[in-house]
Design a protein around this ligand. Sequence first.
Ligand code: ATP
Ligand code: MG
Length: 590
Amino acid sequence: MTRLSQSFFVTQREAPNDAVALSHQLLLRGGYIRALGQTAGLYTYGPLLWRVIQKIERIIRAELDSIHAQECLLPQLHPAEIWKASGRWEVYRAERLMFTLKDGTGEQAREYGLGPTHEEAVCDFVLGSLTTYRQLPFTLYQIQTKFRNERRPRFGLMRGREFIMKDAYSFHANEESLKATYRDMYGVYTRIFERTGLNFRAVEADSGAIGGSGSHEFMALAEIGEDTILYCDEANYAANVEKARSLPPAAVPAANPGPREKVATPGLKTGQQQAERLGIDVTQIVKNILYLALKDGQEFPVLVSIRGDRQVNETKVKNQVQALDLRLPSETEVLALTGVPTGFLGPNALKTGVHLVDPTAAELRFFSTGCNEPDYHWTAANWHEDGLTLGRVVDVDMAQAGDRCHLLPTAFLKSAKGIELGHIFQLGTKYSQPMGVTFADETGVPQPVLMGCYGIGVSRLAAALVEQSHDADGIIWPVAIAPYHVHLVIPNLNDQDQQRFAQKVYRDLRDFGVEVLLDDRDERAGVKFKDADLIGLPYRLTVGRDLKAGFVEVRDRRTGKTEKAPVNEVVSYLVGLIREGGADTVPPLG
Ligand code: ATP
Ligand code: MG
């Protein structure tokens, strides 16, 4: 039994001002976490949080083991060579995502990185030992601390520089096998998040240049989430906004297009200003936006044409040109590349480079657009006239709430905020190819192995649960992953009957696998109750004055309802409640 009188247990009335997220505030106040050296993104997981984490890990292990994934542990200190082999050393260095270090000096110095993810490490592990298709498929996983030099560590455990992740990697001889494991993982993830008591949603995710339905994210629904989800319940469609498709509203047809001409629009740079000046609807405008894309260490211009009322989805653009990064050029760069200032670029602004045209723009007729001269726009222009060549027509539109669903045009997309908790991804040969991880197929020919990768943010999951489940008084843990099930309070330490009964009820509960935290501190009952609400165990059992009359008090943290239970029934009553909450599916921690 954990007795608070013998524990390091500190709670706080107030959270520091810089704790914005409620989960961050409550975890700090409840003594669950503490920033190391007051540094953002580095947290000590106190004893209470560590129990929560262990329970989440037990659920994850049980589910992964059920599909025969094998647990292992890869090193966290990675020699630079394995990252150079995959081609990601420079990428991670350029983005300053990986913490790197040097051992030794001069020629002898060796470079290392602290593992932000383990595709390279796991490939290195199987490299050389994987020889034949007969060894495939298999899945390896680990639960371990990851290091990422996040630019903006924030919201406590949500975005740390050091955090706990479960990462799994599967290896396959062919697509069907990869897809089968991917489907199994989808099921495993669904069960894991259901068992932890989360309100979550699986969404289609961006899978880079690979495309297709090769990737899903599992999102905890919460206002503070940094991701936007678009969904349509009628069509059972949900996607990260980075990936989402939609049917944009129809353009307002041009009433009387008039002749095509160049109209002076001095200083009118935005579509809205242009529409007002020309007396047209903003949906009759084609806007042209210049980007600089980075690929293989080189930047090149990409011009995107899209309808005036729509926004460009930069992730889609990046995937179309297979770029690592995309940025808006400076005004000087725009002038150097096109000869005209921003706002007056025409669809033909680039002599060389890529021109992408969103269907919303490609479909327009008699539209207004820049004519590549400062202070002038076309009216009633059409593609293929006056040098308005149509570039590559591809979807680069940012879907938004209110758009029609592309699967069911009578339904409309809604949006929600989500916290990404898990990500499953069909990698194919993205890492095995450069790293040379091959196997001999049935005809003896060496083939690069196909891979899938699957991550869960374990520490982030704990924070997401708090974000979803709390009230003004504190945290409300779901039974399955609460640090303990029952908060046992002895209001009067001098009452020997209370003491004796508390000991007995503790032993009885323990025999049923119920975990009890005993508040036997020399504090006022009011203080103990406040702390109990703050740390948020599912049930509070108070052995107080009514004991003489044969009753104790059981309080449900979630509903706030208090019941008087007869002393001889309280154990079976509590055991019943806790089993209902699914706690017996997680082996007790003691
Ligand atoms: P994000 O977009 O939130 O940065 P990511 O796409 O970089 O996440 P992955 O590389 O897929 O994340 O990592 C797997 C999981 O690890 C994520 O789904 C998330 O739950 C968790 N995770 C990622 N970065 C962090 C972080 N800085 N702190 C805590 N958990 C994280
Ligand atoms: Mg990230």
